[in-house]
Design a protein around this ligand. Structure first.
Ligand code: HEC
Length: 170
């Protein structure tokens, strides 16, 4: 009986969860924010996109930083290329911590038929100072919440943003 009740409860929770699709990190619905940076109920970074399409500041920064540091291998809009896999697909199953671990430490898939190397970017401030922004941008793409291309409507820059960025870049 106990097990049945547990299964019923789990089913109920699934039905009750947000209308947004869950991704590898879980339910992406924004539950809290700090200086314009949103987190889901589990405390993982997430995006917030208003009904009129206005994206949060970090999602727009993520788009730009993705273009500067990842696009050359992972393709426009996270869709993949012959040099690297689609991150729109990858984030459907990867958690935030798995994402961080791969970007920090890299990953290799080298065989006779292919030679795919994800560089370890953990020492690159141009990547690591913006890694949460890149993540929330890709999370929004993976969830189908954000179309291809540059977000056109962006929430104002949070008050503390420039100082935090300067301090991180050193
Ligand atoms: C020089 C090319 C290159 C660059 C630049 C690059 N990647 Fe990758 N990345 C790869 C390759 C190739 C793989 C697949 C490695 C494998 O399968 O072992 C990969 C894998 C990944 C994965 C794991 C996907 C999975 O399914 O496990 C993530 C996450 C990722 N990259 C994120 C990024 C992010 C974010 C950036 C930019 C900050 C970036 N990569 C920049 C080539 C690159």
């Amino acid at each position: 009986m106990k097990i049945m009740a547990g299964v019923a409860l789990a089913a109920l929770l699934l039905v009750a969860s947000s209308p947004l699709q869950a991704d590898g990190t879980g339910d992406p619905a924004a539950a809290s924010s700090s200086d314009g940076e949103y987190s889901d109920a589990q405390g993982n970074p997430t995006f917030k996109i208003d009904k009129d399409g206005t994206v949060d500041w970090y999602t727009s920064i993520g788009y730009l930083r993705y273009g500067a540091n990842c696009l050359q291998c992972h393709g426009p809009d996270g869709l993949g290329s012959s040099f690297g896999p689609s991150l729109v697909d990858a984030l459907k199953t990867l958690s935030y911590s798995q994402f961080l671990d791969t970007v920090t430490n890299g990953k290799k898939n080298v065989s006779a038929s292919q030679d795919l190397v994800m560089p370890a970017l953990g020492n690159d401030p141009n990547v690591m100072c913006f890694i949460d922004a890149i993540f929330v941008y890709l999370r929004a793409r993976s969830d189908g919440a954000l179309d291809r291309g540059q977000p056109q409507k962006v929430a104002p820059k949070p008050a503390g943003y420039s100082k935090t960025e300067d301090e991180c870049l050193g």
